[in-house]
Ligand binder design. Structure first.
Ligand code: ADP
Ligand code: MG
Length: 320
């Protein structure tokens, strides 16, 4: 195009728009898994099982025992902006679920082959449907695009296969299945530790022993022991403080000053959402080796300051 030609503006194809929008939300298998785990938790599941093939690029599957999805909702569940959580704009200020804007399943269905099998406790069988670009696809060419009755337990199983099969640039950027699997494990570990009363497992398909396995009766400390080992869990101090001025409560575990860390791990949850905060992480990492009780108090203050600021932008914290 030279300076004398004026380009014409055209409306993008809806499928292209949706695929681009999906890419903004789902960058890699671990993002998709985080959304799926949060949906299972929102559905009040107490058992969440993750199965993975090739770092989640070939297959990412999650099975839960939550409330399931009504047969009548299955046709629209993967459409954009369909949700059972948010009803009105005013609800936004009081949401207690992770999700609310109905974009996750839609996004995943635009960049992967999605299959949902679900059973509510009132239904006498499960229903299964496969989705592409937000809508149910017929099981066979020419068949009706509707859920098929099948056997299944109460709860929901969602599989995402061949992630980014239709976004070659993204697919090429993710060639290391081991790295993607490690990111998946990191997500499962975080949610497994934080969610007392919920049992999590994560396994590679074909392997008998899961890499992560926590139980419904375990406490947060038990979960840390299970995932990081006794040598870490035995050296933890509990941390509990509240700052009414900021409407803030901090609760957690921190390794005592004598514990010699080879590998620093920092898991942060704000309003039960796993959050990455390089600022807090750096503050903690920097002081961790000095053997003084006062330092721990300082850490608390640093956390307080940081969270105090973060609390100002609460609306931001409630996004999926
Ligand atoms: P959101 O979580 O923002 O509502 P999603 O796209 O993640 O949007 O999910 C859309 C809807 O699908 C949810 O509102 C919920 O009703 C249903 N859903 C998704 N996953 C599950 C699940 N594991 N169990 C029960 N219902 C689910
Ligand atoms: Mg969701």
């Amino acid at each position: 195009i030279d300076a004398t030609t004026v380009p014409t503006i055209r409306r993008l194809d809806e499928a292209v728009v949706n695929r681009i929008a999906a890419g903004e939300i789902i960058h890699r298998p671990a993002n998709a898994l985080k959304e799926l785990i949060e949906n299972s938790l929102d559905a009040k599941s107490t058992n969440i099982q993750v199965s993975v093939k090739e770092g989640g690029l070939k297959l990412l599957q999650i099975q839960d025992n939550g409330h399931g999805i009504k047969l009548g909702d299955m046709a629209i569940v993967c459409e954009r902006f369909t949700t059972s959580k948010l009803r009105s704009f005013d609800d936004l200020s009081s949401m207690s679920t992770y999700g609310f804007r109905g974009e996750a399943l839609a996004s995943i269905s635009h960049v992967a082959h999605v299959t949902i099998t679900t059973k509510t406790k009132d239904s006498n069988c499960a229903y299964k449907a496969s989705y592409s670009d937000g809508v149910i696809i017929p099981a066979k060419p020419g068949a009706a695009a509707e859920p098929k009755p099948c056997a299944g337990n109460n709860g929901t199983q969602i599989s995402a296969e061949d992630l980014f099969y239709n976004v070659p640039t993204r697919r090429k950027a993710l060639k290391n299945a081991t790295e993607e699997y490690n990111r998946i494990l990191d997500i499962v570990n975080r949610y497994a530790i934080h969610n007392e009363g919920v049992s999590f497992t994560c396994r590679k398909i074909g392997s008998n022993t899961p890499e992560v396995h926590t139980t419904t009766t375990a406490t947060v400390l038990d979960n840390i022991r299970q995932i990081y080992g006794s040598s870490v869990a035995n050296e933890l101090l509990s941390l509990e403080k509240s700052y009414p001025v900021y409407q803030l409560k901090i609760k957690g575990w921190i390794s005592n000053a004598n514990y010699n860390v080879k590998k620093f791990a920092f898991l942060l949850f704000i309003n039960h959402r796993s959050v990455d905060s390089p600022a807090i992480r750096k503050a903690i990492e920097a002081v961790h080796f000095i053997n003084e009780e006062e330092i721990i108090a300082t850490i608390c203050d640093a956390i307080q300051d940081r969270l105090g600021n973060a609390n100002v932008s609460r609306n931001f914290l409630t996004q999926t």
